[in-house]
Design a protein around this ligand. Structure first.
Ligand code: ATP
Ligand code: MG
Length: 169
C-alpha cells in the first residue's frame, strides 16, 4: 500500500531547488483524507518524478505548478502547470517512445511519458494530458483504483482541498 500524499511530499522536495531557480510558484493541494493505492512505491515515485519534471521543464519563469490529489471512488493525482501546453494533435503521440513536440527548446529524450504510461498500466491506472482549463498549460492526470479495505475506503464526503505553498514556510 502506498499513501499518495506522503509519496508526493517526498518527490516534491527534490524539485524545490529547480522550482526556485525558475521562480515557479510550487504548490501542493490535497484533501485531508488519506489516499491509499496498491502498488510499488519506487515505480510510483518514478511516475510522479517524470510528471513533475515535465511540468517544471515546460513552464517558463514565473509560472505556476500545482500537484494535487483528488479522492473520488478513484485516487486521482494531477500535476497542473501554466506552461507552453501540448498541441491537440500531439496529446496522444507524446506517450510514444522518443516522440517530442516539434520545436521544443528544452532538451530531453522523449522517454519520460512512455515510462509514466507503462508504470500507470502496471497499476491499472489511466494517464492523460488535459489542456489546462485556465487556457494556459497542461494538466497531467493519473487515475488509480483505490485500495480496498483501508480506512479511506468509505463513501463519506471528504474535506475540501487546500493549496499550500511547497515547501511549507
Ligand atoms: P525526458 O525523456 O527527459 O522526459 P521529454 O521530457 O522530452 O524527455 P517526455 O516526458 O516523454 O519526454 O515528453 C514528451 C514531449 O511531450 C516533450 O518533449 C514535450 O514536447 C511534451 N510535454 C510533456 N509534458 C509537457 C508539459 N507539461 N507541457 C508541455 N509539453 C509537454
Ligand atoms: Mg519528460
Amino acid at each position: 500500500r502506498v499513501d499518495l500524499e506522503s509519496l508526493l511530499r517526498t518527490m516534491l522536495s527534490d524539485f524545490v531547488p529547480r522550482a526556485r531557480q525558475k521562480n515557479i510558484d510550487f504548490g501542493l493541494e490535497t484533501t485531508e483524507a488519506p489516499l491509499v493505492i496498491d502498488g510499488n512505491p519506487v515505480l510510483l515515485g518514478e511516475l510522479l518524478k517524470n510528471l513533475i519534471d515535465n511540468a517544471i521543464k515546460y513552464t517558463p519563469e514565473g509560472g505556476c505548478v500545482t500537484v494535487r490529489t483528488i479522492a473520488t471512488e478513484r485516487a486521482i493525482v494531477e500535476v497542473e502547470d501554466t506552461g507552453i501546453g501540448v498541441p491537440d494533435s500531439d496529446r496522444e503521440r507524446v506517450f510514444e517512445r522518443f516522440y517530442r513536440v516539434l520545436g521544443s527548446t528544452e532538451s530531453g529524450s522523449g522517454l519520460g511519458l512512455p515510462i509514466v504510461r507503462e508504470i500507470a498500466e502496471l497499476h491499472r491506472a489511466k494517464v492523460s494530458l488535459i489542456p489546462n482549463p485556465s487556457g494556459k498549460g497542461t494538466i497531467a492526470q493519473v487515475v488509480f483504483p483505490r485500495s480496498r479495505g483501508t480506512a479511506d475506503d468509505t463513501d463519506a464526503p471528504l474535506p475540501a482541498a487546500v493549496r499550500e505553498q511547497f515547501p511549507p514556510a
